[in-house]
Design a protein around this ligand. Structure first.
Ligand code: GAL
Length: 369
């Protein structure tokens, strides 16, 4: 449940990425008198591998920030569940047994992990939910404004459909039903889609699997007829790749692809946006989320509650807990018009990463080369 104090005037293109505030302005990590040394271990549990962000951005940024905040004495203990909730339970139990000092948890299944969150609490190990809210007695939550993600996706999709009519049919391919973010993305998107287009088919996709998304899209094509699909809402980039495969298998050429959304600004998606296969993604400034999480974790372990509270001024509710201290980072739509001012300006990708020989002409047309 999103209850945040920020008044966000969210325009798909003009949303400015306000500096992602970290600690209170006057304070920094070394000024406080920590109750714990810098010799700490932060457990980092990520949900899966099919989406490149966690291994490529989230974990490396968290690891680097923990080291910075602890004068290189702090360590991170990383585990990726590869989409399996039972694996994540085992990984979290091991971190508790190893007596890590704090856990950053990006849950595969937000409900199933609640018992393990309680076990961590009983072992005096604080748990901060990362990117996805988890049930159970978590101490904090750091994520993006996930309903805003959906709103940006929905609004951009409606704007991309030429002469859009309420009768225009779109297909919704949502994320995993065990991921609370997926429900928020869907709610945000529907707040923009309802009344403006017709959601003719809607799917929730197990484990965010691109293969499952491809099969779902094939079913939608069979049911609706490919020429009757005005647009496709894909909750993230990896699934958009599967959706495009299904459309091409049905005989749709690159130039005839309907507008397709995404999320995560994956490199393959940025290239698809440049080539015109994918209409948009959502740029989520990973440093803004990952660094805030690392700061919150270190502040919590070192008993620097002022800094922790300064970081988590938002409040959210989970199905089991109310008024959870939170930090929600804004996002922006990524289209071919703002690649330079987002992922390139922030150093997420270099032009050479994006404009490989296959995309040279498209990059030149956009003046990226
Ligand atoms: C969500 C996350 C998104 C999306 C998806 C797949 O929880 O917020 O960035 O990529 O998982 O991992």
């Amino acid at each position: 449940m999103r209850r945040i104090a920020i008044a966000v005037v969210a325009s798909t293109m003009s949303l400015s990425l306000a500096g992602c505030g970290m600690l209170g302005a006057s304070e920094n990590s070394s000024s406080a008198t920590p109750t714990r040394s810098n010799d700490i271990t932060v457990g980092v549990l990520m949900p899966e591998q099919t989406n490149t962000r966690y291994a490529e951005f989230d974990y490396p940024i968290i690891k680097k920030k923990v080291a910075e905040l602890t004068e290189d004495k702090g360590r991170t203990d990383y585990a990726n569940a590869d989409g399996d909730s039972k694996t994540q339970n085992t990984q979290m139990q091991k971190m508790i047994d190893d007596k890590v000092d704090v856990i950053l948890l990006d849950a595969v299944d937000s409900k199933e992990i609640a018992a393990m969150v309680q076990k961590a609490k009983d072992a005096d190990i604080p748990v901060i939910a990362y990117d996805r809210l988890a049930q159970g007695p978590i101490d904090g939550y750091v994520s993006f404004d996930n309903e805003l993600v959906g709103e940006v996706q929905g609004r951009t999709l409606v704007e991309a459909i030429t002469n859009v009519q309420a009768s225009d049919k779109i297909v919704m391919v949502n994320g995993s039903p065990t991921d609370p973010n997926a429900a928020q993305f869907k709610a945000g998107a529907l707040s923009e889609l309802n009344g403006r287009v017709t959601v003719a088919k809607s799917y929730d996709t197990d484990k965010w699997s691109p293969d499952v998304a491809q099969a779902e899209m094939s079913k939608a094509i069979e049911a609706l007829g490919v020429s009757n699909i005005a647009g496709v809402y894909s909750a993230n980039d990896a699934m958009a790749g599967g959706i495009i495969k299904a459309l091409k298998a049905a005989g749709v050429s690159d130039s005839e692809l309907p507008p397709i959304t995404g999320q995560d600004a994956e490199l393959a998606a940025v290239q698809r946006i440049i080539s015109g296969e994918q209409f948009m993604s959502v740029y989520k400034p990973y440093p803004g989320e990952a660094e805030a999480a690392a700061e919150a974790a270190v502040a919590k372990v070192q008993g620097r509650d002022i800094q922790f509270d300064a970081l988590t001024r938002d409040k959210v509710d989970s199905p089991t807990n109310k008024n959870i201290p939170a930090k929600l980072v804004p996002v922006v739509a990524l289209t071919k018009d703002n690649i330079k001012s987002t992922v390139i300006a922030d150093g997420i990708y270099k032009v050479s990463d994006i404009c490989t020989p296959k995309f040279k002409a498209a990059c030149q047309a956009l003046k990226l080369l």
